[in-house]
Design a protein around this ligand. Structure first.
Ligand code: CA
Length: 225
């Protein structure tokens, strides 16, 4: 029942061992690395399906590790954070973490998050193409194109834009967005949606308008021609 490799980059051995224990039990092959540099080397050499990444590492921190991962791939990343200010940094940066957990966490919760992220990111391939204003959401290639050029979107940003593009012209509440894009088993707050919307707007520029619906959420405006 090999489900593929999960890399755990965590310098606290007891936490790394706990994650290893629970994910191994689920059929994942677990690789443990205690520094950011070793983690990046393992990503290059071992091609994991997902990375569980501690923010506080002894050499380069987890945020920088994620930045370097994102420079070349959309490999799913789940952050482990120890403090509230780390959560703010994770959410506030354009890093595209797929999820995060705050220490201390229940190992079963981590297992659930890992599975949920893999379900979202390994969905069946389709050839579907959606319009988001004048931008193109290529579901098959998991690519956003603005004026025929691919724009770098994180996993979550892509899923968010796809969700709104599928419902162009309709106002969607933050809770609806959270439920569909982050999943019912995700316990973050609605501010997460605002942070991601801001990033998506920035990347889309004038090609697509995502309107704020006061007191509710957001609406993607269909292109007017
Ligand atoms: Ca640490």
């Amino acid at each position: 029942m090999d489900k593929g490799t999960v890399l755990v980059v965590e310098d606290e051995p007891n936490i790394a061992d706990l994650v290893d224990l629970y994910l191994s039990r689920e059929g994942f092959r677990v690789l443990k690395k205690a520094t950011g540099e070793d983690g990046l080397a393992a990503i290059r050499d071992q091609r994991p399906r997902l990375v569980v990444l501690d923010v506080g590492l002894p050499d380069i921190d987890g945020l920088e590790v994620c930045r370097r991962i994102r420079a070349t791939s959309a490999l799913p990343v789940i952050f482990l954070t120890a403090r509230a200010d780390e959560i703010d940094r994770v959410l506030g940066l354009e890093l595209g973490a797929d999820d995060y957990l705050t220490k201390p966490f229940a190992p079963a919760e981590l297992v659930a998050r890992v599975k949920a992220v893999l379900r979202r990111t390994d969905g069946p391939q389709t050839a579907e193409i959606l319009q988001a204003g004048h931008a193109v959401v290529d579901v098959g290639r998991r690519e956003i194109r603005v004026e025929d050029a691919a724009v770098d979107f994180t996993t979550k940003e892509f899923d968010l834009l796809r969700f709104l593009a599928e419902r162009a012209g309709l106002a969607m509440s933050r809770q609806q967005i959270l439920d569909h894009v982050w999943g019912h088993d995700w316990y973050g707050d609605e501010r997460t949606v605002d942070v991601h919307i801001a990033q998506v707007r920035k990347k889309l520029g004038a090609s697509c308008t995502i309107a704020t619906v006061r007191g509710l959420g957001y609406r993607l405006e269909p292109a007017s021609r």
